[in-house]
Design a protein around this ligand. Sequence first.
Ligand code: GLY
Length: 521
Amino acid sequence: MVAAAHPLAVDAGLDVLRRGGSAIDAAVAVQMMLGVVEPQSSGIGGGGFLLYYDAKAGGIGVYDGRETAPAGATPTMFQRDGKPLPFFDAVASGLSVGVPGAVALLEMAHREHGKLPWADLFTSSIKTARQGFAVSPRLAAWLATIKHFADDPEARAIYYRDDGSPRKIGDQVTNAALADTMERIASEGSRVLRDGPVAEAMVARVRGNVRPGTLALTDLAAYKPVKREPLCGPYKVWVVCGMPPPSSGGIAILQMLGLLEPFDLSKDKPNDLRAVHLIAEAGRLAFADRARYVDDPAFVPVPTKALVSPAYIAQRRKLISEDRSMGEQGRVPPGYPEHGTTHISIVDRDGNAVAFTTTIEAPFGAEMMVAGFILNNELTDFSTVAERDGLPVANRVEPGKRPRSSMSPTFVLDRDRRLVLTVGSAGGARIIGDTLQALIGMLDWNLSPQDALDLPRVINMNGPTELEDKGDLPEQADALRKLGHQVQVRRHEGGLTAIRRKGDGWEGGADPRRDGAAKGD
Ligand code: GLY
């Protein structure tokens, strides 16, 4: 079974599984196809985190393909005259482009768990890029929204009509340059992005921008994906495993589940006031810790174990009241909002699974294209300030560092280490709340993956309580205000996919807020 944000990507993954490929083989094919048909969210120019479940051993492999800051990056590079650069100036700039890691990550995971030859995993994406595909509703919507993407000559030729207007739903798009680049990666591997003409073109594009970055060939040549230990903790009868730092996702999800467990949300229904209030309060505490402590562990020691320890969580839980909101917890250092991204869920015939969240950050990343793909703007995930009150802030920019992420690829296992479900989402910092609610929906409310993904969202990132403008959830706004919440009713972007064990088989779900699908044999 494959669940992803575009039906052609799902088909590409299924085709690989049907040819006898492993979950990792399928992940390569799905990622390559998403780069063609959902270019606004992920691709060759981005990075990601992948969790791999090995059904035979019950073990979990964690692959970190997060982008790194170039050697020339500085803690104040997103500031002008002591103030943060306006968000869109920072995004659409050479400053925001990190060294990409998605292809190197997949190559490493494929070397360890692939069954089919690497070169055979690119067939359908290369064909689709050459022969064309129909613009999806979400691609059309983002093309209409991110107007300055048209300033890039390569983007203009591919994604815009002859009169300069963005392509609409159903228009055909071909991307021969991307097909050529994928052909090279299929035969030469990730080194295509480390040296040679594609790497040189990336450096020239970043350095030639009106707000140039410092990306150098030496930065690209030095990139290495990292293998990490999964971050696991108990929730009721299950073991929940996620992504450790530099993502904040695994810590935040284990903290929130730990905070909520004694309240036993299975007593509530989705959208009940008590559940909505408690989820929001748990979010405040998790996001306060995220801002204070989570950073790239290669640069700053992150007290990961302490942050998810039952004793610490019990102490933090004392701040939660069922009758009153605790309000904002501490000051959050300024940063840019996080967007974009896509999540892939796969289970193969042997029960091995993949949870892969992959990103170029904002829709269309840094709004610059090279060799048919879009350059990421992942470095805007760093804090925009270097210090506050005379102290260095977590997640400040440093050369070679990985920016803090919210990406939360997650597995749930039973006590015998059998896989129960795989889930994750897109959407910047809101990924954490999305993934948490999908977990509560499936584990506490015993909903199918699709029903859990359909639920309207409540998100609190240590600020206002956000209620998705969907279903009857907004009706709780007044009652929440009476508990002391500041409430915003708003549209929610989403981007979840999930697969859950059902009897001897699996059932999947894809976020209805995107173009995705879940399909299996
Ligand atoms: N750029 C989204 C994230 O890493 O959280």
